[in-house]
Design a protein around this ligand. Structure first.
Ligand SMILES: [Zn+2]
Length: 83
């Protein structure tokens, strides 16, 4: 059985499975296999995850690199390419 839950309180979401899965690491304390992290924003399984710095996004969230870039305060965007 697979579930998604927080790896620890306030931590990132992560896939867990009771059955062995390739490249998922087994942890003795809960006898579960720990899989990829899940992004708080897009809810997708991702390789690696980031906790954005305070002030980015709304509160404490764990984001994939795509969402982190999307939620980052907008820089001067090259939208002057209109001619
Ligand atoms: Zn994401």
């Amino acid at each position: 059985m697979e579930t998604v839950k927080r790896a620890w309180q306030g931590g990132p979401l992560r896939n867990f499975s009771t059955a062995p899965k390739a490249n998922w690491s087994r942890h003795d304390e809960d006898r579960l296999f720990w899989g990829p992290y899940v992004c708080d924003h897009c809810q997708r399984s991702v390789n690696g995850i980031y906790e954005p710095k305070p002030g980015i996004g709304d509160g404490r969230k764990w984001l994939c690199s795509e969402c982190r870039n999307a939620l980052r305060p907008k820089e001067a965007r090259p939208e002057g390419f209109t001619r």
